[in-house]
Design a protein around this ligand. Structure first.
Ligand code: HEM
Length: 537
């Protein structure tokens, strides 16, 4: 076969032409080399046809991805189904995505949940990054999460937590174990219901018969957690192979109806009485024609989507964190005792605990941070998407690639933390490391522009609920239990008892609560009737 050199020799060329040709070849080789390097994807496992690396994820994707990152490195590329996915598994790589290149990763990828449940991404959580998202976020920031709004809602939180204590007290006196996870979930949902539309949405007794709304929220959590093939192989989405999309559509209709009625009731009531309630819904109804001060409109759909978002994003995240914290404290009596001593010193034993006390409880704050580190409620944060192709850590990230940040993996990595599997709040005592998205070794709320919108509310609720439970009760696990089921949906069972820290210290808070209870019962009856009538239709 004629070689390239033979070919060149056979063509009569002048010296100048030959030099020019050589130069051209050299430039070509350099260019191809560079563009290959430029388009070099991060390392990762070889994909299977169609399903890609999906089978490698197993039942606990965060754990599987952590182990894969030990093989392929802190920046990995995987084909999940037919979608490009990159996984960040170290603080440095997470920072490169969520801080240095945050603007390019401020979008979220579409999925069936966003389409069929969240009003086709018309909500805040799944909204495309842009003007509308900014408006929704601004409305929430000012009227729900700003310092003043949070302070105004303090009595509501205290009342709901008071009801939780009262219920625990009754169980404790009967010597019964309680499903703590479930009761905390009820408490947080009711706090949010009160704050958003002045309604308690769950029954006050956590472990008694669940209400219709509760069933809906649970079904939503279950559906959101189902691995939906159509999200990863979009060409198969229309087949709805697992029937997930059909279930989502039915559930969405129920939520839509529920929130639609709440909005209508609110409007009717304020028209009838001429009084405006002091809740979030009343505020956004009043602002609907100029929500952000720049002429932004809020339709009924926007409002329903927002209410649904705040409920689902705020309930389980907060309650499962407290559930884990109590479980760890029961497992570590010395840490529980230290928390108690701090409470006794800072709050005393004769008055009820208040939210304002939290700032003095630095050890309790360290316990909360350590719980967020070891048991993040959203292990892979929420997915982001590359708006444009870019280069991170020298690797090519294709346009449209999904980003997963393995917060769970980073927060348990021995390269990042000493004795990472040990629950040791001391590591945060006197440390400036924060969990609110500035220190990338612990990012339970995410980071960057799309960091959790409810960080401050979540922190307050978690700290207050935990402090109250430690302050008011002695805790133990039922015989033979190790609390391993905490945060896994089933709920950890635990014994509250009056032993060490007398619940009488919390009892004074029941006086205003019991008055409130009557009012709440009326709300609940209205809510229940509302659920019943839509079921009958
Ligand atoms: C312990 C409590 C909580 C934890 C650990 C938590 C965690 C998270 C995480 C990891 C994200 C995704 C962030 C990202 O993409 O970087 C998120 C987003 C969000 N969270 Fe939270 N959350 C908590 C409480 C709350 C509460 C109480 C609310 C509201 C009532 C809330 C509302 C939201 C919203 C609206 C988003 C979407 C923000 C956006 O896309 O712009 N969260 N949360």
């Amino acid at each position: 076969m004629t070689s390239a050199v033979d070919f060149v020799n056979s063509v009569p060329l002048s010296v100048g032409q030959a030099l020019g040709l050589a130069l051209l070849l050299l430039v070509g080789i350099i260019y191809i080399g560079k563009s290959r390097r430029r388009n070099r994807l991060p390392p990762g496992p070889a994909p299977w046809p169609v399903i890609g690396s999906l089978p490698l994820l197993g039942t606990m994707p965060h754990s599987s991805l952590y182990h894969l990152s030990k093989q392929y490195g802190p920046l990995m590329y995987l084909k999940l189904g037919t979608t490009d996915t990159v996984v960040a598994s170290s603080p440095k790589v997470a920072e490169a995505f969520l801080k240095t290149n945050d603007g390019n990763f401020s979008n979220r990828p579409g999925n069936a949940g966003a389409k069929y449940m969240a009003y086709d991404s018309n909500d805040l959580v799944w909204a495309p990054y842009g003007k509308r998202w900014r408006m929704l976020r601004k409305v929430c920031n000012i009227h729900l999460f700003a310092g003043k709004a949070l302070d105004d809602m303090q009595p509501l939180r205290q009342a709901e937590v008071g009801l939780l204590v009262r219920s625990l007290l009754e169980h404790g006196r009967r010597g019964e174990a309680v499903n703590l996870g479930e009761m905390l979930n009820v408490c947080t949902a009711n706090v949010l219901g009160q704050v958003m539309f002045s309604k308690r949405v769950f029954e006050s007794r956590g472990d008694s018969k669940a209400s219709e709304f509760r069933e809906m929220v649970i079904e939503l959590m279950v559906l959101a957690g189902v691995f939906n093939i159509g999200d990863f192989v979009p060409s198969l989405a229309w087949l709805d192979l697992q029937g997930v999309q059909a279930k989502m559509k039915i559930l969405h209709a129920k939520f839509d109806d529920f929130f639609g009625r709440i909005i209508a009731e609110h409007q009717e009531e304020s028209a009838r009485t001429g009084k405006i309630k002091k809740d979030f819904l009343s505020v956004i109804l009043a602002l609907r024609n100029n929500a952000d001060g720049e002429g932004g409109q809020l339709t009924d759909t926007d409002m329903k989507a927002l209410l649904l978002d705040l409920f689902t994003a705020g309930t389980d995240t907060s309650s499962s964190t407290v559930e884990w914290a109590i479980t760890e404290l029961i497992r570590h009596p010395d840490i529980m005792e230290k928390c108690r001593q701090e409470l006794d010193t800072m709050v005393g034993t004769e008055r009820k605990l208040e939210e304002n006390d939290l700032q003095k409880l630095s050890y309790l704050q360290a316990v909360v941070k350590e719980t967020f580190r070891l048991h993040p409620s959203t292990p892979l944060l929420l997915p982001r998407m590359a708006a444009e192709a870019c280069t991170i850590e020298g690797y090519h990230i294709p346009k449209g690639a999904r980003l997963m940040v393995n917060a769970w993996g980073i927060q348990r990595d021995p390269d990042v933390w000493e004795r990472p599997l040990e629950f040791d709040p001391e590591r945060f005592v006197g440390s400036s490391v924060d969990v609110r998205g500035t220190d990338f070794e612990v990012i339970p709320f995410g980071a960057g522009r799309r960091i959790c919108a409810g960080v401050s509310m979540g922190m307050r609720m978690v700290q207050f609920m935990l402090a109250t439970l430690v302050y008011s009760f002695d805790w133990s696990l039922p015989a033979g239990a190790d609390g391993g089921e905490a945060g896994h949906g089933g709920g950890v069972w635990a014994h509250p008892s009056e032993g060490g820290a007398p619940p009488r210290r919390s009892v004074p808070s029941f006086a205003p609560c019991s008055l409130r209870l009557k009012k709440l019962k009326t709300h609940f009856r209205m809510f229940f009737r509302c659920c019943l009538s839509f079921l009958l239709h």
